[in-house]
Design a protein around this ligand. Structure first.
Ligand SMILES: *Cc1c(COP(=O)(O)O)cnc(C)c1O
Length: 392
């Protein structure tokens, strides 16, 4: 390797390690369950976005196996050439019904959906208004678009309106996460929609952590606020509550027709595999039939947050089952994560750049698969480690 380049990499990696920001990537030796096996040891899983247990649900697994037998593994090509199968269309229709929109389009991931949609709907000469805590994929989609980007303070409608008042030529787009995954708070979507009407803007919400969590049967943030038909573009991912992998855009038929012509990750990257699509269809069917998993998720989240508050932890201002345990220094957060790991709790610390500097935390991802005993086990360990480290 080029010597200067090697020195550059060494310096960067050392800096990350010194600051407690080096990613410890753990390897799971089995499925994504309430408990996971790491280095031969069973740990309570507080790190997965598998909110409802669908990543490892007998019915989704069965649906994927059946699709393998019928369609094989590979999609064969990009969707616009020969990669679209009846399964992809079946999922898009089912998703449109579930989300109560005219049409949807699937992508390989939620990240790709943002990279696909934002540059397709705004470009040079247009303006984007973006929440300061938006997900990296929204930020990258905005940058790729070459539109001017104006950042408003997190969830702050006065800050947004002040920017809108500055005026802009071209198309205007307001874009926000639905549920902010590091804090668990919910975007003020009704106010955003109002401002969008007042200032003639398009609206786009990325519902990655809202699907399967918010709204009736987990229909998402638009259903939660009863804003059907009021939001121009919804972005979704299948990799969280839905339990598989893939992403989608939802909106009008015209929007979807246009994206099929213009969205680059759709046109230049192959389709999601048949077993993934079949399992995703099954996940949506499970959600439509019965919302008991969603209810269980909320009950678990409410219970855990309340008990953590009682124990003296700062769990931020989450409005969803996501429970951030605020620590401050990245080094302390990563040490606490290691202590919890030794006690049998797998809860990752999160630091810069995923969250602002000085706001490092342990992010607890509650799932419907956790039992009350699991949560009590974790509470005991959090209290023990929290006391040892002087956090509570
Ligand atoms: C996780 C996430 C994504 C990325 O989704 P993938 O399907 O994993 O690529 C996009 N946007 C938001 C808001 C997310 O939380």
């Amino acid at each position: 390797m080029n010597e200067n380049f090697q020195n550059f990499i060494d310096a960067e990696l050392n800096k990350l390690k010194e600051e407690g920001l080096y990613n410890q990537i753990r390897t799971l030796e089995g499925p994504q369950g309430a408990w996971v096996k790491i280095n031969g040891k069973e740990l309570l899983n507080f790190s997965s976005n598998n909110y409802l247990g669908l990543a490892n649900h007998p019915e989704t697994v069965k649906a994927a196996k059946k699709a393998l037998d019928i369609y094989g593994i590979g999609p064969g090509a990009v969707r616009s050439i020969a990669g679209t199968m009846t399964l992809h269309e079946e999922l898009e229709e089912k998703l449109a019904q579930f989300k109560r929109v005219e049409a949807t389009l699937t992508f390989q991931s939620g990240f790709n959906a943002n990279l696909a949609v934002i540059p397709a709907i705004v470009g040079k000469g247009d303006t984007i208004y973006s929440d300061e805590l938006n997900h990296a994929s929204i930020i990258d989609g905005c940058r790729l678009s070459k539109a001017e980007i104006k950042i408003f303070k997190h969830g702050d409608m006065e800050s947004l309106e002040a920017l809108l008042k500055e005026g802009a030529s071209g198309r205007k787009l307001i874009v926000t996460d639905g549920v902010f995954s590091m804090d668990g708070d919910i975007a003020p979507l009704p106010e955003i929609v109002k401002l969008a009407k007042k200032y003639d803007c398009l609206t786009m919400v990325d519902d990655a952590h809202g699907e399967g969590v918010l709204g009736s049967h987990g229909r998402g943030i638009v259903d939660h606020f009863d804003l059907h038909g009021e939001v121009d573009v919804e972005i979704g991912t299948f990799s969280k509550a839905i339990g598989t992998v893939g992403g989608c855009a939802a909106g009008s038929e015209k929007l979807v027709e246009y994206l099929k012509q213009r969205a680059r990750p759709f046109l230049f990257s192959s389709a999601v595999t048949p077993p993934d699509i079949a399992a995703t269809i099954k996940s949506i069917e499970i959600l439509e039939k019965d919302d008991s998993l969603v209810q269980k998720l909320w009950n678990n989240g409410d219970y855990f947050k309340e008990k953590m508050r009682e124990a003296g932890f700062d769990v931020g201002h989450s409005q969803t089952p996501i429970t951030p345990v605020m620590i401050g220094e990245a080094k302390t957060a990563s040490y606490m994560s290691l202590c919890l790991f030794k006690e049998g709790v797998f809860a990752q610390s999160i630091g810069f750049p995923t969250v602002p500097r000085g706001k490092a935390r342990i992010r607890v991802m509650i799932s419907a698969t956790h039992s009350r005993e699991d949560l009590d086990f974790a509470l005991g360990k959090f209290k023990k480690v929290g006391k040892e480290l002087g956090i509570i």
